[in-house]
Structure formats: C-alpha cells, structure tokens
Design a protein around this ligand. Structure first.
Ligand code: COA
Length: 258
C-alpha cells in the first residue's frame, strides 16, 4: 500500500515510521491514523521487522494533535466513529507482538501525546512538549488520553494536565514517568535505535509475553497475576527458552532469531 502521510524505512530490522505532514506539525488526519494502523498491522507478520520506531518529520513536532480542520464540522456520529477508530489504532500498537518506541521529536499534543502514550516506550528530544489541550477546544481527549495518562503518571498529575490543558517540557515529562529518556534532538533516532536494538536482541517470545502481562495489569476483569503464571509456564516449551538457558549454561551469547 502506498502511503500519503507517513514514510517508512527498514534499518537493521527496525521499521522507522515517520508521520510526514511537517507543514501541519504532523497533525493526525483520519487517513494518517489509518496508515499508521495499516503499517503496524502489516509489521506484525513481517519477519524482517523486529521492532518499530514512530516519529515525526522535522524538528518541531511529533504530532500536534488530531487535525482540527478535519473534524471541526463533525456531528455526534462522525465524532464517535473518529474516536472509536482512533482507539483501534492505539490498541493495535499497544497490544501488538512487536515493541513500538515513540521518538518524540517536538510537540506531542492531544492525539500526538495519546499516540506516544500508546507506544511501549518513549524517548523525547529536549525540545519536546507534551500536553492534552483538548479542554481548550471544548472536548475531552478521544484517543485514550484520559486512560493512558492516568496509567503513566497517576491520577493527580493526569487530572492536572487534562483539566488545565497545560503543556509540559521533556524534563518534566521525564520526572513524571511520561517518557523513559530525554536526549538531544540530533541524537534522538540513534538513541532510540540503540534502545530498540537492545530489546530486539532479547527473546521475542519473552518480550511479547512481558507486553501481554503488563497490559493485563490495566484490564478490568482480567487477573494479571494469573496471566503471568500462564505465560511463564508456557514459555518453558518455547525454542527461545531452550536457547536462552542453553546459552547461559554454556557461557555463550544467545541467538534467538536463527
Ligand atoms: N490540527 C490542524 N492543524 C494544525 C494543528 C492541529 N492539531 N496543529 C498545528 N496545525 C497547523 C496550523 O494550523 C498551521 O497551519 P497553517 O500554516 O496552514 O496555518 C501549522 O500547523 C503550523 O502551526 P502554528 O500554529 O502556526 O505553529 P506555532 O508554532 O505557532 O504553534 C502549536 C504550535 C502546537 C502551539 C499550535 O499549532 C497549536 O496549538 N496546535 C493545536 C494543538 C492542539 O490543540 N492539539 C489538540 C488537537 S485535538
């Protein structure tokens, strides 16, 4: 599929996905989100893709939110559909089998912040800004922001950010646990690739099980402890377990993808 709003490249088995609407601060149109979902879905079964990095083009914005000019005239049905479709995109990232890291290269506001939060990890450039300014537009966040912000920073700080609409800088985001690391803009992609390379060198099946177990912590009516017991037991039949333990006992590096 040819994409109109994103660029993709495969580097060392890491798929780099760039939101490519720089003149609009990479604001997320419905088509942009559809393209992100499509590329993430396709990557799940692509043996050459071991992990993904999601970023924005330019040095100013990761994504400055959903494209306001597109939804300004939506009615209730259209807006509800927009939100539900947006949730599908975020869930596809969060629940996928492959790790997605957001390399946040500037503004991550509204839907941009929600997109970054749906990723498993976030590295921010020092000029990045995070916020959920939807209250200024007369709406609450619609792509999972009210839920994932609470998960990442706790209810008190989440409510402050959601209710004031204030943006915070990268260092503040780091201190709140909203991002994993802050680096210079010039090093953002290299640092992101470094972290991703480390992860994709680990057992893919164990990595996937970690994601499932951690995600289950936040699912109502699902017992995360039970999930962990199940996933741990199941791992003992996997080739990765045999390889990892054999490598340890024979004092060699494991090779999980042969
Ligand atoms: N939707 C649609 N267009 C957007 C956008 C969005 N969320 N965010 C930025 N843009 C567009 C601007 O309209 C402008 O387009 P134009 O050049 O055709 O007029 C272009 O991107 C550049 O943005 P601009 O506002 O001129 O840049 P700035 O540096 O002065 O301000 C921001 C940057 C991020 C503070 C400002 O763009 C902004 O507040 N954006 C909206 C943030 C928001 O509310 N997001 C949540 C949406 S639900």
């Amino acid at each position: 599929m040819a994409y109109n709003n994103i660029l993709t490249s495969l580097e060392d088995n890491i798929l780099i996905i760039q939101i490519n609407r720089e003149s609009k601060l990479n604001a997320l149109t419905l088509e942009t989100l559809k393209e992100i979902k499509h590329v993430v879905d396709e990557a799940q079964s692509d043996l050459d893709v071991h992990g993904m990095i999601l970023t924005g083009t330019g040095e100013k914005a990761f994504a400055a939110g959903a494209d306001i000019s597109e939804f300004v005239h939506f009615n209730i049905e259209q807006a509800t559909r927009m939100s539900a479709d947006g949730h599908d995109v975020m869930n596809a990232i969060e629940n996928g089998t492959k790790v997605v890291l957001a390399a946040v290269n500037g503004f991550a506001l509204g839907g941009g912040c929600e997109l970054a939060m749906a990723c498993h990890l976030r590295i921010a450039s020092s000029n990045a800004k995070f916020g959920q300014p939807e209250v200024n537009l007369g709406v609450p966040p619609g792509y999972g922001g009210t839920q994932r912000l609470v998960q990442l920073v706790g209810k008190g700080k989440a409510l402050e950010l959601l209710l004031t609409g204030d943006a915070i800088d990268a260092q503040t985001a780091l201190s709140l646990g909203l991002v994993n690391k802050v680096v210079d803009q010039a090093e953002l992609i290299e640092e992101s690739k470094k972290m991703m390379s480390k992860i994709i060198g680990k057992s893919p099946s164990a990595v996937n099980k970690v994601i499932k177990c951690v995600n289950d912590y936040f699912r109502p009516n699902v017992n995360g402890m039970q999930r962990e017991i199940y996933e741990f037991g199941e791992a003992f039949e996997s080739a990765d377990f045999k390889e990892g333990t054999d490598a340890f006992l024979n004092k060699r590096k494991p090779s999980f993808r042969d």
